[in-house]
Design a protein around this ligand. Structure first.
Ligand code: C2E
Ligand code: CA
Ligand code: CA
Length: 505
């Protein structure tokens, strides 16, 4: 700041509130000076007349507030504002020299349940330790920031080698997934990472961030603890999702939704015990859409509540029909995680049941293990409410989550559904076989029934029956079918008639 002073003085300019560092002590003082050159009648320079003010203290205060505006209080990392600024500056200065810059978006998996279960001080400490691990790995190679919540970002200048970036991402995933010893507990979380590289995936900061976000979304969708590089298809996918989301708003006013039902049979007798309700969407221009594509979109908005109430209504209606045809079967409906905390939804369930001839005890609600983990307290309350109404709770996709036996014991469930991924190879893979056997034993010890889903072969069904599974479901027994094709399937319960449907379907 002293150079301009010399210049201004030399030019005899008027000085207004110019900050000047005053050397001398270890921490230089800052003065703010104002002055005006004065001259005699012949125009000779006499000197400056003015004032100086010590502004050291207010400068320090301003520095602190600038710091706070650019850094995250909790971890000391750069905040979103600073990262945006740095990314913008880096990309702008690299543009002409054709230098590259990688951007990593990190989002922690399972942070929310840990935070909810152990409390915010523990959550804060966890975030600090995560920040330290990321910083240690990145070192001076780049800049690390935290975007509030459990999102982190890394800017890596001059790095576009996919091999190196992949290794780095893998290392981050591995290090962040190591347990965190906090308050005597060993907490475990995971992380998903999206990677985008300038200039290939975007020239402007905003475009690059969008690309990294899409890659992160894909990484999360791919089953967590994964990293993904951005690709052009992701942008197409995002556009498609936006359009489907738009169409979802009014789909209940159309007749594009239909129900299919998949039989769940007694593993020993192969008699039909239950039907799982699986929703189908026949889109007028996109054709058949799998529930795996639109259910997650419906879950992001409030449509999932209305959609599930629709499924429930249809299921109860069709159950009544089967009953009048002499079929003693139950109906199983899939309930999304986010509905477990919804009062609107549980009120809806109550009123639909009140207006139906079918008893609540004929209903099963399938809830995934991870759904109960997202917000354990709310999930427990909701599940208890449904059990009191008489509905059986079935734990779906069992084995894919991380729930412990102690936790399972606290849930009011009546049934475990072993996930397809374990069932598939159980008859040929030793570790899957072991897992199935021990799950069956454990479930029976807890008084739960066991369903095996995804049975595609006779060998698989034979193994599961022998392993003690109570109920069986899968393409080998029957694919999901529209309501009007179910009666012929059920009315003759012999294996040979099942075989006919198998080949027909
Ligand atoms: P899920 O609850 O695990 O349902 C089982 C899925 O596995 C169904 O796929 C079913 O058709 C399929 N499946 C059954 N047997 C076999 C088999 O032997 N082999 C193979 N490869 N697959 C088999 P679908 O109907 O495409 O449903 C996919 C997922 O969409 C469901 O997984 C469920 O999470 C969700 N979903 C479907 N309908 C609804 C609904 O009404 N509400 C909610 N919230 N989710 C639903
Ligand atoms: Ca299910
Ligand atoms: Ca399942």
């Amino acid at each position: 700041t002293n150079r301009p002073l010399a210049f201004l003085l030399g030019a005899r300019n008027t000085i207004t509130f110019l900050p000047v560092r005053v050397a001398g002590s270890a921490d230089p003082m800052l003065w703010e000076i104002s002055g005006k050159a004065s001259f005699d009648e012949e125009g000779n320079f006499l000197g400056y007349r003015g004032s100086a003010r010590d502004v050291t203290e207010s400068r320090d205060r301003q520095r602190d507030s600038e710091r706070m505006a650019q850094y995250d209080d909790l971890t000391g990392l750069a905040n979103r504002r600073r990262m945006d600024m740095m990314l913008g500056n880096t990309l702008a200065s690299y543009r002409n020299s054709k230098r590259s810059c990688a951007l990593l978006m990190l989002d922690l998996d399972r942070f929310k349940p840990v935070n909810d279960t152990y409390g915010h001080p523990v959550g804060d400490e966890l975030l600090r330790q995560v920040a330290a691990r990321i910083t240690k790995i990145i070192g001076s190679k780049g800049e690390v920031g935290r975007f509030g919540g459990d999102e982190f970002q890394v800017i890596l200048p001059d790095l576009d080698d996919r091999g190196q970036l992949g290794e780095l991402a893998q290392r981050l995933i591995q290090m962040i997934s190591q347990p965190y010893p906090i308050n005597g507990s060993r907490l475990v979380i995971g992380v998903s990472i999206g990677v985008a590289v300038a200039p290939y995936d975007g020239f402007e900061a905003a475009d690059l961030v969008k690309a990294a976000d899409l890659a992160l979304y894909a990484a999360k969708g791919g089953g967590r603890a994964q990293y993904r590089f951005y690709s052009g298809e992701m942008k197409e996918g995002a556009k498609r999702r936006r359009q489907i989301e738009e169409d979802l708003r009014s789909v209940l006013d159309t007749d594009q939704l239909a129900m299919h039902y998949q039989p769940i049979v007694d593993a020993k007798t192969e008699a039909v015990a239950c039907f799982e309700s699986l929703i189908r969407w026949h889109h007028p221009t996109r054709g058949y859409l799998s529930p795996d594509t639109f259910i997650p979109l419906a879950e992001k908005s409030d449509h999932i509540a209305d959609m599930t109430l629709f499924v429930l209504q249809r299921t109860l209606r069709d159950l009544a029909q089967w009953r009048s045809a002499g079929l003693e079967v139950k109906g199983a409906v899939n309930i999304s995680a986010r509905l477990l905390a919804s009062q609107v939804f549980s009120d809806g369930v109550r009123s639909i049941l009140a207006g139906s001839d079918t008893a609540a005890s004929d209903l099963i609600f399938e809830v995934t293990e991870s759904a109960t983990m997202a917000d354990p307290a709310a999930a427990l309350r909701a599940l208890e409410g449904y059990r009191e109404m008489g509905i059986t709770i079935s734990l779906d996709d069992y084995g894919t989550g991380q729930s412990t036996l102690t936790y399972l014991k606290t849930l009011p469930i009546g049934e475990l559904k072993i996930d397809r991924s374990f069932v598939e190879h159980a008859h040929e893979d030793n570790s899957d076989a072991l897992l199935v056997r021990s799950t069956v034993n454990l479930a029976h010890a807890l008084g739960l029934r066991v369903v095996a889903e995804g049975i595609e072969t006779k060998e698989c069904l034979d193994f599961l029956r022998e392993a003690g599974c109570d109920l069986a479901q899968g393409y080998f027994i029957s694919r999901p079918l529209p309501a009007d094709q179910l009666l012929p399937f059920c009315q003759d319960d012999t294996a040979s008639s099942h075989q006919q449907v198998r080949t027909a379907a």
